[in-house]
Design a protein around this ligand. Sequence first.
Ligand code: NAD
Length: 511
Amino acid sequence: MAHAAPGAAISPAFIDQVRGRLAAVTVPHFIDGRWSPGVRNETFETLDPSTNRPLARVFRGHVEDVDRAAIAAHRAFGSWRRLPPKSRKRHLLQIADGIEKHGDELATIECLDAGQVIRVIRAQIARAAENFRFYAEYVEKAMDGRTYPVGEEWLNYTVRVPVGACGIITPWNSPLMLSTWRIAPALAAGNTVILKPAEWSPLTAWKLAEIIQEADLPPGVFNVVQGFGEEAGAALVTHPLVPLITLTGETSTGSIVTKAAADQLKRVSLELGGKSPSVVFADADLDRALDGTVFQIFSLNGERCTANSRVLIERPIFDEFVARLAERTRAVEVGHPLEPATEVGPLIHPEHRDRVLSYLEIGRREGASVIAGGTAWGTEGNYVSPTLLSGTNRMRVAQEEIFGPVLLAIPFTDEADALAQANDVRYGLAAYLWTGDVGRAHRMALGMEAGMTWINSHNVRHLPTPFGGMKHSGTHREGGEYAFEFYTELKHIAVPLGNHAIPQFGKRQEG
Ligand code: NAD
C-alpha cells in the first residue's frame, strides 16, 4: 500500500483502499501463528462512528477459541522464554519497524474504527512503535537481579523470571497504543500473550497481528482472540493456563475481573477509570493553564482516562477563567477524524454518545449551568459538542466518569479547599496543578490522591516513568521498569559458600 509522508494528511485514495480492504474481509482471530474464523464461526459488526454505517465484520470469539489460544501461548512459552535474549530483542525491534512501516494504514484504521482524530493518532502510532523499541532495550537486562552476600558464608540472590501466558484485555479508546504498552514488556520479559481487544474498536489488533506475523515470531507467542468482554474476555480471565491478566477498562469491569480471577489467585493488574482534576490557582500562568486544561479534556474526544474532566478554579479568577474556557470550548474544531484540522471526532458508539448526552441531562437536572456546547453535534454519527458546565463537586457530573468531551468548572476558596475537593471522588488516576508558587505546587502534589500528578503541564508521559492510579482507578503501576514487577516473578535463591551448621534432627547423640 502507498504511504503518505509523516505529518501529512492521508490521501482520499489511500483511505478508500483501506475501507475497501475492511469491507472485503471478516476479521479473524490470530491463534498459534494462524488466522482463524473461530470454532463457532459467529461474527459481529464494527461501525464507523462518524456515520454508524458498518465498517467491517469480525469473528466473535468464545471459550473454545480462548482455549486454543491459551494452549498455544502456554506451549510457546517454553521456547520463547529460552530464546537467546538477542533474538527476542531482534523480534521486538522488527515489530517496531513494522508499526512504522504500516503507520499510515494503522492510523487510518484507528481513525475509522475508534473515531480518534488523525493528529492525535499519528503521535500514538509513533508511541506504539516506541513502546517496542523501549522494551527491546530491556530484553537483555530485564532479568537483572540483586545479590545479598551474608558475611563470607552465604550468597543470596534474586532473579526475575517470566510468568507465562499473559491475558491482555484492552479498551476501545486508544486500542493500539494501549495494547502495545502491555504487549511489549510482556514479550520482552519472556512471556507469551493473548490479546482480547475491545469489541467496539477491534481492527488495529488485527493489523498488529499481521505486523507481528511479518516479524516472524514463533507460533503461539502472540495471539489475538476477538470478541465480547462477557464471552472471550471472561473466558480468558478464568482460563487455567493464563496466570496473569492485565485489564484496562472501566472500574466496574475491574471489579468483575478481580472476582472472576480470585478463585485461581491470578495476578491481576487494573488500569481503570478517572475523574482527574485540573486545579488552577490565581497565581498561575493562566494562558498555559487554559491551553493545558482545554487540551487535557478535549483530546481523544474526551474519551481519555487521564482527562481533566473537573477544573477547580480559585474564586477570584473563576468568572474570568470560565469565560476564557467557554470561548476556547466553542472554538474547538469538531469534524471527521481523518481531517487534519479536526480536534474532536465522533464518540465511539451510539450507546456511548447517548450515555454522554444523558449525563448532560443529569447535570442540568442537578442544577449545573451549561456554559458552552451541551448538545449532540451534526446530523449523523456520534458527535457531541465540546461542552463546558459549571457546578459543584457533589454533583453526579463531578463524581462519575462521563468519558466524553465534557468539562465541569468548580470554584474553590483556598489551598485546603482545593485539595479537599480534588480528592473528594472515588477515582485517583491523574491530577494537574497550575500555580506559580513552588512550595504550594509540591505540597498539593504530595496531598493529591492521584497516581500521577503534573505540575504546570498537561499529561506529558515519559516511558521510563510509572503509570497507574490509586483508589478506584487501578491497582498496579505499569510503564518503564515498573512493568517488570508485574510481568515477572521475583525468585530468591540462597547458597551457602561453606559447610554451615545444619540442625541434625533424628540423629542420636553418641555416648
Ligand atoms: P470496559 O471495561 O467496558 O471494557 C474494557 C475491556 O474489558 C474490553 O475489551 C471488554 O470487552 C472487556 N471486558 C468487559 N467485561 C469483561 C468481563 N466480564 N471479563 C473480561 N473482560 C471484559 O471499558 P471500555 O468502555 O472499553 O473503556 C473505557 C474505560 O477504560 C474508561 O473507564 C476509561 O477510563 C478506562 N481506561 C483506563 C485507562 C487507564 O490506563 N487507567 C486507559 C484507557 C481507558
